[in-house]
Ligand binder design. Structure first.
Ligand code: NAD
Length: 454
């Protein structure tokens, strides 16, 4: 992978090559960073109102191309058309939200003797964004929109498997009037372009989303230059169902909390914990919800789940399934495509690989618990801490458990998706720092303090 100069992008539904994309090498990465560094001086000087206006125009361009971007993602990533439209719309909304940020990068005035003390939020310079293949559009936007709003320039490296929508977004940015080299998309191999962004002295921050394994290497690389870094990594999130919950609702919604995007979701609630007294009833309600899932060609408007991203990902997921007994599973259309049916595994072994490791596919493990304390202990018995859900009719318990679970994003009686206007990120080995929400642009600035004597 490190010496290839082009990459065949494959449609995961047909297994056919869609197109071939050139892969940048170190020299092209250095050239892109140099151009981004040069563009930084003028981009940071664009007035806040004009920077906001340009980001709103970028959002309008995306809005005008939602259907095109969505269709492209269906072909490149096998996302259902419904999901892909949401994802393109999310890019528009994230850009619109952060277009208000340039005019709101407030500093503070702090009381001091003998003068005044004021703070400024200054952009960092060139930001390197390294993103995964599972949600190519939204995850890219969560990085580039607040970074651009704060006055940085961005070099984005999409995942090898899914460069197409990112490349189109870069064209739309130019059509919207963003100056050249303010937002660059550079397809390439992780260990080449990604690593060079980490090592390049003129890249002042890395915002990385991907596996915990690569994230640790990125963090170690950034440490060499004390480079700023945000990490959004893996997860093994718990869905805790108490006996007093609306079991019908809990069972009907659980599949979508783990099998959305064929389980290739860092927030997938891939461990379901059910209070023992409700365990059998919950499973009996879960089975029809799973077998009734519409696993169809993702271009079908009614498809709820498409194929996995690649033959390799399918192999990884089936490797997990080969080790366990599947309690019940849904169906797939079969034929071409990297299909795996939504599958449910029951276990009481908290040491089992299926219980501990991120599968990143349509597999969920279900385990009974005895009481609230046991539920929280099981939920927290993981190196991860990204998301989670709690189903109970007892509001006090809902809040208590939400506070006790060591995880960045919890929802009670829902499996709320990521909202761009609320903070998102992980505890423990699920990440470092936060994206989205009102404070995200601050993570792309240095806070400078200035004292002026009277
Ligand atoms: P990955 O870690 O293999 O790759 C992520 C990105 O890093 C890709 O662009 C890849 O090319 C690049 N990369 C690979 N090696 C590199 C290196 N040595 N230096 C710099 N960059 C390098 O992850 P993936 O398989 O693409 O994505 C799946 C993982 O992402 C899962 O673990 C999932 O949980 C995680 N994820 C996390 C979040 C979150 O917000 N927490 C969101 C989506 C996905």
């Amino acid at each position: 992978m490190t010496d290839v100069t082009s990459y065949d992008v494959v449609n995961p539904t047909t297994e056919q090559v869609l197109t071939t994309v050139p892969m940048a090498r170190v020299a092209e990465t250095d050239a892109a960073v140099a151009r981004a560094q040069q563009a930084f001086a003028s981009w940071r000087a664009v007035s806040p109102a004009d920077r906001g206006r340009l980001l709103r125009r970028f959002a309008e361009q995306v809005d005008d191309h939602v259907e095109e971007l969505a269709q492209l993602e269906v072909r490149n990533a096998g996302h259902t058309i419904g999901n892909a439209r949401w994802e393109a719309g999310n890019v528009r909304d994230v850009l619109t939200y952060y277009s208000a940020a340039p005019e709101r990068l407030f500093g503070r005035q702090i009381p001091v003797a003998g003068g005044i003390d004021i703070t400024f939020h200054e952009p960092l310079g060139v930001v390197g964004a390294i993103v995964p293949w599972n949600f190519p559009m939204p995850i890219a936007a969560w990085a580039f929109a607040p970074a651009l709003a704060a006055g940085n320039t961005v070099v984005l490296k999409p995942a090898e498997l899914t460069p197409l929508t990112a490349l189109r977004l870069a064209e739309l940015a130019l059509e919207a009037g963003l100056p050249p080299d303010v937002f660059t998309v550079l397809p390439g191999a992780g260990p080449v372009v990604g690593q060079r962004l980490v090592e390049h002295p003129d890249v002042r921050k890395i915002v990385f989303t991907g596996s915990t394994r690569v994230g640790k290497a990125v963090m170690a690389g950034c440490a060499e230059q004390v480079k700023r870094v945000t990490l959004e990594l893996g997860g093994k999130s718990a869905n805790l169902v108490f006996a007093d919950a609306d079991l019908q609702q809990a069972a009907a919604t659980a599949p979508y909390a783990v099998f959305d995007n064929a389980g290739q979701d860092c927030c997938a609630r891939s461990r379901i914990l059910v209070e023992r007294s409700a365990y059998d009833e919950f499973l009996s309600k879960l089975e029809p919800a799973i077998t009734g899932m519409r696993v169809l060609d993702p271009t079908d408007e009614s498809s709820e789940m498409g194929p996995l991203i690649s033959a390799r990902q399918k192999e990884t997921v089936t490797g997990f399934l080969d080790e366990v007994d599947v309690a019940f599973a849904g169906s797939t259309p079969g034929g071409d495509g990297f299909w795996v049916p939504p599958s449910v595994v029951t276990t009481e072994d908290a040491g089992a690989r299926i219980w501990r490791e991120e599968v990143f596919g349509p597999v969920v493990a279900v385990m009974p618990f005895d009481d609230e304390e046991h539920a929280v202990a099981l939920a927290n018995d993981t190196e991860y801490g990204l998301s989670g859900s709690i189903y109970t009719r007892d509001l006090g318990r809902g809040l208590r458990v939400a506070r006790a679970v060591e995880s960045g994003n919890l929802s009670v009686n829902s499996h709320s998706a990521v909202r761009y206007w609320t903070p998102f990120g992980g505890y423990k080995q699920s990440g470092l720092g936060r994206e989205l929400g009102p404070d995200a642009p601050m993570a792309f600035t240095e806070e400078k303090n200035v004292f002026i004597a009277h």
